[in-house]
Design a protein around this ligand. Sequence first.
Ligand SMILES: Nc1ncnc2c1ncn2[C@@H]1O[C@H](COP(=O)(O)OP(=O)(O)OP(=O)(O)O)[C@@H](O)[C@H]1O
Length: 311
Amino acid sequence: MAVTTGDRVVLDVDGLRMRYGANDVLHDVSFQARQGEVVVLLGPNGAGKTTTIEILEGFRMRSAGRVAVLGVDPAQGGEDWRARLGVVLQSWRDHGKWGVRELLAHLGSYYTCYSTEQIKRPWDADELVDAVGLTEHAGKKIRTLSGGQRRRLDVAIGIVGRPELLFLDEPTAGFDPESRREFHDLVHRLADEHETTILLTTHDLDEAEKLADRIMILANGRIIADGSADELSRRIAGEAEVRWTRDGQRFVHSTTAATKFVYELFKQYGESVEELEVRRASLEDTYMALVRQAESGQGEAGVRTLEEVAG
Ligand SMILES: Nc1ncnc2c1ncn2[C@@H]1O[C@H](COP(=O)(O)OP(=O)(O)OP(=O)(O)O)[C@@H](O)[C@H]1O
């Protein structure tokens, strides 16, 4: 997990609203992200994640609110501003006849003029191919790549200009577990070594937990939670489930004071307690509880225990 988050505010969103026709999609979205921070945006289908990201990227005009991306309003961002952003959207379908390395070197050449003292642009094509795990396939034509390999290429295209801020929309859809792990390592490296700020969407809560310094949950066009995975689960807090076996019999007990309970359990039964497990609310439990709570129209004041909310 990135620990090198700086003080510089890279993303600053205040009172963002978006309306499509008569349909309000984003109501009042406000958040900030700092240099080197990995922020994961979660939310059910249709919550407004892609809309938010597209507004930040300058691809979509907002209805209201203040937005500064690398200090610039995306609606007014020029080429030099755009060169500092990396965007990974859908799979790269064009240029099927191009080689992997060839395409990266070609796209990279557009960034040469945006090189600075601090940030040398573009990323060297061979190093980049290596960083995304495509070395073996560097000479292959793009149309011959598998789905997962093509997605890695999408990521490489997104970072070839060494962006200060990277947007990733469901980057690991279609990855096998190994590619997913490698991709997670790459995200950590970008944040830790290069101080890249990363905003990504995913529906994979395990991935969110592994990657995020901060998780934001968007539901019904509002951010209903913003914090680390631990902070979010503490908001739902409540009870932990303690499981154990004794003399071959299984036991389950729910308690808000798991440590004390386990201490008493051992004091009473000592070594006959086996297979002890303490399970706290997972990110999935927390996510489901918060989203259901938002969908049933309860505000912050209505935060209840997980059991009450999730039934
Ligand atoms: N161009 C558009 N015109 C009208 N409505 C739109 C447009 N684009 C998106 N919407 C609506 O805005 C809402 C938010 O869509 P958005 O794509 O931002 O959601 P999302 O959180 O990214 O969803 P998913 O997880 O399914 O990708 C949806 O109700 C969608 O139907």
